[in-house]
Design a protein around this ligand. Structure first.
Ligand code: GUN
Length: 279
Protein backbone atom coordinates (compact mmCIF):
# COMPACT_ATOMS: atom_id res chain seq x y z
CA UNK A 1 0.00 0.00 0.00
CA UNK A 2 1.35 3.38 -0.93
CA UNK A 3 1.74 6.61 0.97
CA UNK A 4 -0.93 9.20 0.33
CA UNK A 5 0.61 12.59 -0.47
CA UNK A 6 -1.51 15.08 1.45
CA UNK A 7 -1.70 18.17 -0.75
CA UNK A 8 -4.12 19.86 1.60
CA UNK A 9 -1.68 19.63 4.52
CA UNK A 10 1.33 20.72 2.45
CA UNK A 11 -0.66 23.65 1.00
CA UNK A 12 -1.70 24.64 4.54
CA UNK A 13 1.95 24.62 5.60
CA UNK A 14 2.90 26.85 2.64
CA UNK A 15 0.01 29.22 3.38
CA UNK A 16 1.15 29.56 6.98
CA UNK A 17 4.68 30.37 5.81
CA UNK A 18 3.25 32.98 3.42
CA UNK A 19 1.07 34.45 6.14
CA UNK A 20 4.18 35.20 8.20
CA UNK A 21 5.92 36.67 5.17
CA UNK A 22 2.95 38.92 4.36
CA UNK A 23 3.01 40.13 7.97
CA UNK A 24 6.75 40.89 7.76
CA UNK A 25 6.19 42.80 4.50
CA UNK A 26 3.36 44.80 6.11
CA UNK A 27 5.77 45.72 8.90
CA UNK A 28 8.07 47.25 6.33
CA UNK A 29 5.21 49.12 4.65
CA UNK A 30 4.58 46.72 1.74
CA UNK A 31 1.06 45.36 1.18
CA UNK A 32 0.31 42.50 -1.21
CA UNK A 33 -2.63 43.04 -3.56
CA UNK A 34 -4.25 40.72 -6.11
CA UNK A 35 -6.90 41.65 -8.69
CA UNK A 36 -9.16 38.76 -9.67
CA UNK A 37 -11.25 39.09 -12.82
CA UNK A 38 -14.15 36.75 -13.60
CA UNK A 39 -16.14 37.18 -16.81
CA UNK A 40 -19.52 35.45 -17.04
CA UNK A 41 -21.39 33.06 -14.77
CA UNK A 42 -19.59 29.72 -15.14
CA UNK A 43 -20.35 27.91 -11.86
CA UNK A 44 -17.03 26.06 -11.59
CA UNK A 45 -15.07 29.26 -12.28
CA UNK A 46 -17.07 31.14 -9.64
CA UNK A 47 -16.19 28.45 -7.08
CA UNK A 48 -12.48 28.55 -8.03
CA UNK A 49 -12.42 32.35 -7.80
CA UNK A 50 -14.13 32.26 -4.44
CA UNK A 51 -11.58 29.76 -3.11
CA UNK A 52 -8.76 32.00 -4.33
CA UNK A 53 -10.27 35.04 -2.60
CA UNK A 54 -10.70 33.12 0.66
CA UNK A 55 -7.10 31.91 0.50
CA UNK A 56 -5.91 35.51 -0.04
CA UNK A 57 -7.84 36.61 2.99
CA UNK A 58 -6.27 33.84 5.10
CA UNK A 59 -2.70 34.88 4.31
CA UNK A 60 -3.41 38.63 4.45
CA UNK A 61 -3.27 39.39 0.72
CA UNK A 62 -5.73 42.11 -0.25
CA UNK A 63 -7.86 40.84 -3.11
CA UNK A 64 -10.02 43.06 -5.27
CA UNK A 65 -12.50 41.25 -7.47
CA UNK A 66 -14.12 42.24 -10.72
CA UNK A 67 -17.14 40.15 -11.64
CA UNK A 68 -18.08 41.15 -15.17
CA UNK A 69 -21.11 40.12 -17.25
CA UNK A 70 -20.67 37.42 -19.94
CA UNK A 71 -21.23 39.98 -22.72
CA UNK A 72 -18.30 42.20 -21.61
CA UNK A 73 -16.39 43.26 -24.72
CA UNK A 74 -12.76 42.32 -25.21
CA UNK A 75 -12.00 46.04 -25.48
CA UNK A 76 -13.48 46.76 -22.03
CA UNK A 77 -11.63 43.81 -20.50
CA UNK A 78 -8.32 44.94 -22.03
CA UNK A 79 -8.95 48.49 -20.77
CA UNK A 80 -9.51 47.19 -17.22
CA UNK A 81 -6.28 45.17 -17.39
CA UNK A 82 -4.48 48.27 -18.68
CA UNK A 83 -5.66 50.25 -15.64
CA UNK A 84 -4.70 47.45 -13.22
CA UNK A 85 -1.24 47.24 -14.82
CA UNK A 86 -0.71 50.87 -13.74
CA UNK A 87 -2.23 50.47 -10.28
CA UNK A 88 0.57 50.48 -7.70
CA UNK A 89 -1.37 48.62 -4.99
CA UNK A 90 -2.08 45.72 -7.33
CA UNK A 91 0.87 43.31 -7.48
CA UNK A 92 -0.85 40.49 -9.31
CA UNK A 93 -3.62 40.18 -11.91
CA UNK A 94 -5.55 36.96 -12.44
CA UNK A 95 -8.10 36.52 -15.20
CA UNK A 96 -10.05 33.32 -14.55
CA UNK A 97 -10.19 31.01 -17.57
CA UNK A 98 -12.03 29.94 -19.62
CA UNK A 99 -13.28 33.26 -21.03
CA UNK A 100 -16.49 33.62 -23.10
CA UNK A 101 -15.99 32.60 -26.73
CA UNK A 102 -16.01 36.11 -28.19
CA UNK A 103 -12.88 37.01 -26.20
CA UNK A 104 -9.39 36.03 -27.40
CA UNK A 105 -7.70 34.45 -24.37
CA UNK A 106 -4.20 34.91 -25.75
CA UNK A 107 -4.78 38.66 -26.27
CA UNK A 108 -6.04 38.98 -22.69
CA UNK A 109 -3.21 37.00 -21.10
CA UNK A 110 -0.52 38.92 -22.96
CA UNK A 111 -2.16 42.24 -22.00
CA UNK A 112 -1.27 41.53 -18.36
CA UNK A 113 2.07 43.07 -17.41
CA UNK A 114 4.63 40.23 -17.08
CA UNK A 115 5.53 41.80 -13.69
CA UNK A 116 1.97 41.05 -12.49
CA UNK A 117 1.49 37.70 -14.25
CA UNK A 118 0.92 35.62 -11.10
CA UNK A 119 -0.69 32.79 -13.11
CA UNK A 120 2.55 32.48 -15.10
CA UNK A 121 0.57 32.17 -18.35
CA UNK A 122 2.16 35.11 -20.25
CA UNK A 123 4.46 34.17 -23.16
CA UNK A 124 7.16 36.27 -21.48
CA UNK A 125 6.87 34.09 -18.33
CA UNK A 126 6.89 30.92 -20.46
CA UNK A 127 10.00 32.14 -22.31
CA UNK A 128 11.76 32.97 -19.06
CA UNK A 129 11.11 29.46 -17.77
CA UNK A 130 12.41 27.97 -21.03
CA UNK A 131 15.74 29.81 -20.90
CA UNK A 132 16.16 29.59 -17.12
CA UNK A 133 15.61 33.27 -16.28
CA UNK A 134 13.73 34.35 -13.16
CA UNK A 135 9.99 34.77 -13.73
CA UNK A 136 6.58 33.64 -12.53
CA UNK A 137 6.00 29.89 -12.70
CA UNK A 138 2.61 28.42 -13.64
CA UNK A 139 0.97 27.45 -10.34
CA UNK A 140 0.02 23.81 -10.94
CA UNK A 141 3.44 22.53 -12.06
CA UNK A 142 5.22 24.70 -9.47
CA UNK A 143 2.92 23.20 -6.82
CA UNK A 144 3.74 19.67 -7.98
CA UNK A 145 7.48 20.29 -7.53
CA UNK A 146 6.74 21.44 -3.97
CA UNK A 147 4.56 18.36 -3.33
CA UNK A 148 7.31 15.99 -4.43
CA UNK A 149 10.08 17.82 -2.56
CA UNK A 150 8.16 18.35 0.66
CA UNK A 151 7.13 14.68 0.69
CA UNK A 152 10.83 13.83 0.83
CA UNK A 153 11.32 12.44 -2.68
CA UNK A 154 14.32 13.53 -4.71
CA UNK A 155 13.94 14.46 -8.37
CA UNK A 156 17.54 14.73 -9.53
CA UNK A 157 18.54 11.95 -11.91
CA UNK A 158 15.10 10.32 -11.78
CA UNK A 159 13.10 9.12 -14.78
CA UNK A 160 10.08 11.41 -14.94
CA UNK A 161 7.24 10.93 -17.38
CA UNK A 162 4.65 13.67 -17.89
CA UNK A 163 1.50 12.56 -19.71
CA UNK A 164 -0.02 15.66 -21.33
CA UNK A 165 1.50 18.58 -23.22
CA UNK A 166 -0.69 21.58 -22.43
CA UNK A 167 0.84 25.05 -22.12
CA UNK A 168 -0.48 25.35 -18.57
CA UNK A 169 0.57 21.97 -17.13
CA UNK A 170 2.42 19.45 -19.32
CA UNK A 171 5.02 21.63 -21.03
CA UNK A 172 5.98 23.78 -18.00
CA UNK A 173 5.95 20.63 -15.82
CA UNK A 174 8.55 19.04 -18.10
CA UNK A 175 10.72 22.18 -17.96
CA UNK A 176 10.53 22.38 -14.17
CA UNK A 177 11.48 18.71 -13.77
CA UNK A 178 14.36 19.27 -16.17
CA UNK A 179 15.45 22.24 -14.07
CA UNK A 180 15.53 19.82 -11.10
CA UNK A 181 17.93 17.63 -13.14
CA UNK A 182 15.46 14.84 -13.88
CA UNK A 183 15.45 12.80 -17.09
CA UNK A 184 12.16 13.89 -18.62
CA UNK A 185 9.82 12.32 -21.16
CA UNK A 186 6.66 14.06 -22.34
CA UNK A 187 4.02 11.59 -23.52
CA UNK A 188 0.66 12.51 -25.06
CA UNK A 189 -2.37 11.21 -26.96
CA UNK A 190 -0.27 10.25 -30.01
CA UNK A 191 2.46 8.44 -28.05
CA UNK A 192 2.95 4.86 -29.21
CA UNK A 193 3.25 2.12 -26.58
CA UNK A 194 2.18 4.56 -23.86
CA UNK A 195 2.10 1.89 -21.14
CA UNK A 196 5.69 0.98 -21.91
CA UNK A 197 6.73 4.65 -21.67
CA UNK A 198 4.88 5.42 -18.42
CA UNK A 199 6.12 2.17 -16.84
CA UNK A 200 9.67 3.61 -16.94
CA UNK A 201 8.73 6.46 -14.63
CA UNK A 202 10.10 6.86 -11.12
CA UNK A 203 7.85 9.94 -11.02
CA UNK A 204 4.71 9.89 -13.16
CA UNK A 205 2.67 13.06 -13.65
CA UNK A 206 -0.77 12.41 -15.16
CA UNK A 207 -2.34 15.40 -16.88
CA UNK A 208 -4.34 13.45 -19.43
CA UNK A 209 -7.81 14.89 -18.95
CA UNK A 210 -9.51 11.47 -18.92
CA UNK A 211 -11.05 10.00 -15.74
CA UNK A 212 -9.13 7.03 -14.25
CA UNK A 213 -7.12 6.64 -17.48
CA UNK A 214 -3.91 5.65 -15.68
CA UNK A 215 -4.46 2.14 -14.34
CA UNK A 216 -1.93 -0.08 -12.55
CA UNK A 217 -0.65 -1.36 -15.92
CA UNK A 218 0.80 2.09 -16.63
CA UNK A 219 2.74 2.32 -13.37
CA UNK A 220 6.08 0.94 -12.23
CA UNK A 221 6.21 -0.73 -8.80
CA UNK A 222 7.37 1.91 -6.30
CA UNK A 223 6.71 4.97 -8.48
CA UNK A 224 5.59 8.38 -7.20
CA UNK A 225 2.30 9.18 -8.95
CA UNK A 226 0.97 12.73 -9.25
CA UNK A 227 -2.62 13.14 -10.47
CA UNK A 228 -3.49 16.49 -12.05
CA UNK A 229 -6.95 15.45 -13.29
CA UNK A 230 -10.24 16.49 -11.77
CA UNK A 231 -13.48 14.91 -12.89
CA UNK A 232 -16.85 13.95 -11.53
CA UNK A 233 -18.13 10.40 -11.94
CA UNK A 234 -21.76 9.69 -12.84
CA UNK A 235 -22.42 9.33 -9.11
CA UNK A 236 -21.09 12.93 -8.60
CA UNK A 237 -17.98 11.57 -6.82
CA UNK A 238 -14.72 13.29 -7.68
CA UNK A 239 -11.90 11.38 -9.35
CA UNK A 240 -8.64 12.13 -11.16
CA UNK A 241 -6.80 10.88 -14.24
CA UNK A 242 -5.46 8.00 -12.15
CA UNK A 243 -7.39 4.96 -10.98
CA UNK A 244 -6.50 5.66 -7.34
CA UNK A 245 -7.76 2.40 -5.79
CA UNK A 246 -5.81 0.25 -8.22
CA UNK A 247 -2.62 2.34 -8.53
CA UNK A 248 -2.19 2.89 -4.79
CA UNK A 249 -1.45 -0.84 -4.41
CA UNK A 250 1.59 -0.46 -6.65
CA UNK A 251 2.94 3.09 -6.17
CA UNK A 252 5.28 4.24 -3.40
CA UNK A 253 3.23 7.41 -3.07
CA UNK A 254 0.21 8.92 -4.78
CA UNK A 255 -1.79 12.15 -4.65
CA UNK A 256 -5.54 11.81 -4.02
CA UNK A 257 -8.31 13.71 -5.83
CA UNK A 258 -9.52 15.86 -4.18
CA UNK A 259 -6.84 16.96 -1.71
CA UNK A 260 -3.71 16.43 -3.81
CA UNK A 261 -2.61 18.83 -6.54
CA UNK A 262 -5.67 21.13 -6.34
CA UNK A 263 -4.89 22.90 -3.04
CA UNK A 264 -1.27 23.36 -4.16
CA UNK A 265 -2.30 25.40 -7.21
CA UNK A 266 -3.89 28.03 -4.98
CA UNK A 267 -0.96 28.00 -2.54
CA UNK A 268 1.45 28.71 -5.41
CA UNK A 269 -0.75 31.52 -6.71
CA UNK A 270 -0.43 33.16 -3.28
CA UNK A 271 3.33 32.53 -3.33
CA UNK A 272 3.55 34.28 -6.72
CA UNK A 273 1.59 37.27 -5.35
CA UNK A 274 4.03 37.60 -2.44
CA UNK A 275 6.96 37.27 -4.85
CA UNK A 276 5.43 39.99 -7.07
CA UNK A 277 5.15 42.36 -4.11
CA UNK A 278 8.76 41.69 -3.07
CA UNK A 279 10.04 42.41 -6.56
N1 GUN B 1 -8.97 28.13 -14.87
C1 GUN B 1 -8.68 26.89 -14.40
N2 GUN B 1 -7.49 26.92 -13.74
C2 GUN B 1 -7.05 28.20 -13.78
C3 GUN B 1 -5.90 28.84 -13.26
O1 GUN B 1 -5.02 28.26 -12.63
N3 GUN B 1 -5.81 30.18 -13.51
C4 GUN B 1 -6.75 30.84 -14.22
N4 GUN B 1 -6.57 32.14 -14.42
N5 GUN B 1 -7.83 30.27 -14.70
C5 GUN B 1 -7.97 28.95 -14.50
Amino acid sequence: MSRRIDGKAIAAQIKDELKEEVLRLKGSGVTVGLAVILVGEDTASAIYVNNKKKACEYVGIESVSYELPADTSQEDLLALIGRLNQEEKINGILVQLPLPEHIDEEAVITAISPDKDVDGFHTESAGRLLVGKEGFLPCTPAGIIQLIRRSGFSIEGKECVVVGRSNIVGKPMALLLLRENATVTVAHSKTENLQQVTSRADILVAAVGKPKFITADYVKEGAVVIDVGIHRTAGRKMCGDVDFEEVQKKAAAITPVPGGVGPMTIAMLLANCVEAAKR
